[in-house]
Design a binder for this molecule. Sequence first.
Ligand code: 7TS
Length: 404
Amino acid sequence: MLDIQNIRKDFPILQREVNGKPLIYFDNAATSQTPQQVIDVIVDYYSNYNANIHRGVHSLSQEATDAYEQARLKIQKHFNAKHSHEIIFTAGTTHGINLIANGFSSLLKKGDEIIVSALEHHSNIVPWQMLCERTGAILKVIPMNENGELIMSAYDALLNENTKLVFVNHISNALGTINPIAYIIEKAHAVGAAVLVDGAQSCPHIKPDVQALDVDFYVCSAHKMCGPTGVGMLYGKEAWLNKLPPYQGGGEMIAEVSFEKTTYAGLPHKFEAGTPNICGGIAFGAALDYMNAIGFDAIANYEHELLDYGTEQLLKIEGLKIYGTAKEKTSVISFNVGTIHPYDIGTILDKMGIAVRTGHHCAQPIMDFYKIPGTVRASFMFYNTKEEIDAFITALKKAIMMLS
Ligand code: 7TS
């Protein structure tokens, strides 16, 4: 059992008001809130040991380097990577995906096939389209059903000896569907294809074991899991990361530079050109400590209760339709009410202190599938409560009355 009231005290932002009402923050799938424990780490870094890393002989630089590399070890442990150099710090999920898509430019040829899913965020569609343009590879799409689940028999039929890469998210940001990634990985490997899993939405709710999954690449953003924005991680199997060329050239990613020839540094530095988000990386480690202290099983169980309760309450509202009714789902509820525009509902909810996201959620193909312009999306984290859901339902009913 989680002590939610105590947990909520860790999040200063949850104490504030918006438009004269206590904030109810249900936009966690866009970004999560930051506990004081992580804020303290950020303040401590800039107050006490702000310095560039991996390059100074002086004490501050050593301290910052140690803390940054400690964070890498925490991330390695959390995701159960075999080696710490398989963890590459990135600016976030989008950066990690682009790093891999760029790397495969020299490894693909015309006629090779890439598979993505109908449930992807734009950041797991556009970089692959760009890769196809550069290489002549062909993009294929695993279709979805009305519940928002990927159709695995169609996936099986797409796989063949030309399939080189498969890209899927672990959890859909627009619908909350948890995809069967273990199956997807196993089937892709059977035809010799590599798999990248976009874990932007799964990492706040699930603790993935990259070795047990045997996944080739896994990416996520710290800001979705109680960490700061502008930092994330890419896990890649050592053999793949050695095979891929660097993404960006610059300081720290080289072994030796001359105008005739430059040789690259080993992993992970080969992919970490320039001064990284040092404080962000350290705070990412602190965010993992925070969430692990609460426990991912307890988090998942509680969020499931919130999902079930929220779904039940929403479905009592006449004319309300939920998009995304997969059997395996996380705490995201996307919905519309009759013909009311989602933006109008979101705007009125904001007036009542309630933050939800409205629109296509950077997943336009999903909206096209349902033939809608967008949805209202409420997404819950472990610091949300059933009382907040009750207040949200009351506010939503008022909004519907005003807009009908
Ligand atoms: N992939 C998925 C599945 C996502 O949900 C997001 C962000 C990204 C990739 C991109 O992550 P970033 O940290 O690089 O921006 N999703 C959302 C969302 O649902 N609302 O705002 C951002």
